[in-house]
Design a protein around this ligand. Sequence first.
Ligand SMILES: NC(=O)c1ccc[n+]([C@@H]2O[C@H](COP(=O)([O-])OP(=O)(O)OC[C@H]3O[C@@H](n4cnc5c(N)ncnc54)[C@H](OP(=O)(O)O)[C@@H]3O)[C@@H](O)[C@H]2O)c1
Length: 292
Amino acid sequence: MCGAQGRLGRALGCAELPEGTALTGLGRQQLDITDPDAVERALDRDSWSLVINAAAYTAVDRAESERDAAFAVNGTGPAHLARACATRGVPLIHISTDYVFDGTAPDPYPEDHPMAPLSVYGASKAAGEEAVRSLNPDHAIMRVSWLYGGQGGDFVRAIAGAIRAGRHLRVVSDQTGALTHADCVAQAALALGAKMVNEGLERGTYHFAASGAANWHEIAAVILAEMVQLGYKKVPLEAITATEYGLPAVRPANSRLDCGKFDRLVGLPRPHWQTMLVPQLRRILSEQGERI
Ligand SMILES: NC(=O)c1ccc[n+]([C@@H]2O[C@H](COP(=O)([O-])OP(=O)(O)OC[C@H]3O[C@@H](n4cnc5c(N)ncnc54)[C@H](OP(=O)(O)O)[C@@H]3O)[C@@H](O)[C@H]2O)c1
């Protein structure tokens, strides 16, 4: 697995593995996926039964002014991996995102909906998907949405930190999706990988997200209610539009992914976003000396 030091990479490193399997995690220091020779060498180091690409350039707003860097990691890197895997007959799971869509569809996105990214990051991830599709038919592209969890900064930590600091919250209410814990994505990727290797699972694109959906403002309201119940002071929570918030990269209004194919063929239960959120919030709040 590459991208071992990232949010998903760390979750994969801690995940319970299917019996009889071992996982080797390579961080950027061990494997820079933009270096084709390094990719070839890494693939030759062992006889891999599956490669998971969790490495990515994920600075969505910075990507607007760092197009080349985003495309190098999210477009060219997966191409190197796909080519090296194909030569050796190794299946590849490549992680992608709901940001490949423009968010104008009224319903959750099915896997075969045409991609139409709104941002440089989304376009770079779409390029990575196309590279994987064309260079290694033995692949699963797993699109996931709204990741959080682990130690790094994320929406839940940011909102919890602002409530703790007594700040007035202004949160976007015109983008809807399923907040998905990285641990769930890790379990899903491993289950999907095991089915690919052991049961010849259908190759192609899969969607995976927590069940249920909410906009960012609704998620913030759940965090606030939970924290008020725990004794934190209530702060004002205002709903605003994404345009009012004014981030450089445009995000899809509809980030909901139709996960029916994953449910049918992989069959791992997908917990509701709120079921995972509350324990994670309590963990964050109880971390001794944690500065959020
Ligand atoms: N976060 C989300 O909300 C979200 C939503 C949907 C989909 N996704 C997708 O989910 C996957 C995992 O995301 P994440 O949240 O775990 O991202 P993350 O925390 O940013 O982790 C990405 C990792 O990739 C590493 N990396 C960057 N460039 C690399 C390179 N050239 N070679 C090897 N490693 C490199 C990064 O290392 P450095 O830290 O050293 O740069 C980082 O450790 C990505 O494919 C992402 O596009 C994420």
